[in-house]
Design a protein around this ligand. Structure first.
Ligand code: 2HG
Ligand code: ZN
Length: 467
């Protein structure tokens, strides 16, 4: 039984008066858009969507929701994969689609100040023009927002060398559940001043506060890069090759695993010309450098390692068209699998050296439970995306037997030194599996933190754990 207040017409009118009629949505068909994200086929209708244009408006909205105990869920672009922005208790959704300004790019301190609705790729291109680099590059970089990236500490291919979103967040302006506005830290590279509230907010999926400004750290942009595609008869061998490459002393800027099925679906659904022969898996490997001469030595070391792992063929992508095509194949796998069938997305992560054993185990589970799995992901991080396709599985198997299979896969991740999400977060869908990697003491601590930040439990209720 929820102890939330009723969003009656009086409260709705006071909320709409904050943003104005043209920045509020009550029409059912449009509300539906804000009740979905990229997670399976879930829909949870919000009762009201508000599109604020500044922090003050967000603060006023929070104050009204706090006073009336109305659920309040933040939303970026809705590209999430764990249901984290779905308003499962109805109430109000705050969409940051109009708070999307790059406020400042500071090329003295290598920082940028952003509103949460800035699109990831928009930031990357804006800073690249000034010779700077914002590395975190989720597959959805063309549509996902930096605010959503912070909510999940999103990753992407280049994180293997440069780190995830978490490593680039210096300071956050946030609205607390009662409408109070604070900055969590300071715009400095080093900060040891009390608990790190900035890092606590990163990955908290909108359950602790509402982010209204983000200060990110930037790096110098490495202008030169080479890309190679290695094909393998054995997917397990491809996985085993990953840690050998690092052991050989090379630090790729990306090293992505793709299985045969994932590539086949991607090229088919996008009409990309790409011939598949007898290979069963691929590694897409990128190296980058500040001098062009530094590329080939890295590629030569990698090539030798590939040869020791029975590679079938190595394609050096030296023209922009091929480079673009190969990344398009990789970056679209998740999206094309969704077109093929409803799927459950498991964002498994283990230590890099355990990737072969994890992959083998997923294949065994897929075999014994009779489901089709497409596997791909950030091999260098030990982060394997396992997309389990519903296809024509019965509802009973899909709803009842599959959780058992997923539990086994996550238990294996834990046994291999890993956990149940590398980058997509827990949100709604992974909540049931949290007890595989967390015990009572963990939940009690997290509930205490939630209570301190959100005493009425109105911020994105029903996510990560049951409070
Ligand atoms: C990727 O690495 C994304 O491609 C997953 O993190 C995308 O499963 C998806 O939809
Ligand atoms: Zn990913």
């Amino acid at each position: 039984m929820s102890n939330f207040g009723k969003l009656n017409s009086t409260i709705i009118q006071s909320l709409i008066s904050v943003t104005g009629q043209d920045r509020s949505i009550t029409e059912p068909e449009t509300l539906k858009v804000y009740g979905k994200d990229h997670t399976e086929d879930f829909v949870y209708l919000p009762e009201l969507v508000l599109i604020p244009e500044n922090t003050e408006q967000v603060s006023q909205i929070a104050k009204i929701c706090f006073e009336n105990t109305i659920p309040l869920t933040s939303r970026g672009a809705g590209t999430g994969l764990s249901g984290a922005c779905l308003p499962v208790h109805g109430g109000v959704v705050i969409s940051f689609e109009k708070m999307n300004r790059i406020i400042q790019i500071d090329d003295i301190n290598y920082q940028a100040v952003l509103e949460p609705g800035v699109i990831n790729e928009q930031l990357q291109l804006a800073v690249q023009e000034k010779g700077m680099f914002y590395p975190p590059d989720p597959a959805s970089k063309g549509s996902c927002t930096i605010g959503g990236n912070v909510a999940h500490s999103s990753g992407g291919p280049r994180c293997v060398k440069y780190g995830t979103t978490r490593d680039y967040i210096l300071n956050l302006e946030m609205v607390l559940s009662d409408g109070e506005v604070i900055w969590t830290g300071a715009n400095v590279l080093k900060n040891s001043t009390g608990y790190n509230l900035t890092q606590l907010m990163v990955g908290s999926e909108g359950t602790l506060g509402i982010i209204t400004k983000i200060v990110v750290k930037l790096l110098p942009y490495p202008p030169f890069r080479s890309l190679m595609l290695a094909s393998f008869a054995s997917a397990t061998e491809a996985c085993a090759c990953v840690s050998s490459i690092f052991k050989a002393g090379v630090q790729p800027s990306a090293i992505e695993f793709m299985d045969r099925k994932g590539v086949k679906l991607s090229v088919q659904h996008q009409n990309i010309s790409f011939e598949q022969k007898e290979e069963n898996a691929y590694l897409l490997i990128e190296v980058d450098a500040f001098e062009e001469t530094a590329l080939m030595p890295q590629c030569e070391v990698i090539y030798n390692v590939l040869e020791n792992h029975q590679v079938l063929e190595v394609l050096m992508a030296d023209d922009s068209e091929t480079i673009e095509k190969l990344w398009k194949i990789r970056r679209s796998i998740g999206e094309v699998v969704k077109r093929q069938s409803i799927y459950k997305e498991e964002d498994t992560v283990v230590t890099r050296g355990n990737l072969p054993e994890l992959y083998e185990y997923v294949m065994q589970i897929s075999e014994s439970y009779g489901f089709e799995a497409v596997c791909y992901g950030h091999a260098g991080d030990g982060n394997l995306h396992v997309n389990i396709l519903k296809n024509d599985l019965s509802e009973d198997i899909w709803q009842n037997q599959l959780p058992e299979a997923i539990t086994k896969i996550f238990e294996k991740c834990k046994a291999l030194g890993g956990t149940i999400s590398g980058e997509h977060g827990i949100g709604l869908v992974q909540k049931p599996y949290m007890s595989i990697v967390m015990k009572e003491a963990h939940f009690n601590i997290m509930k205490g933190i939630k209570q301190a930040f959100d005493p009425k439990g109105i911020l994105n209720p029903g996510k990560i754990f049951n409070n």
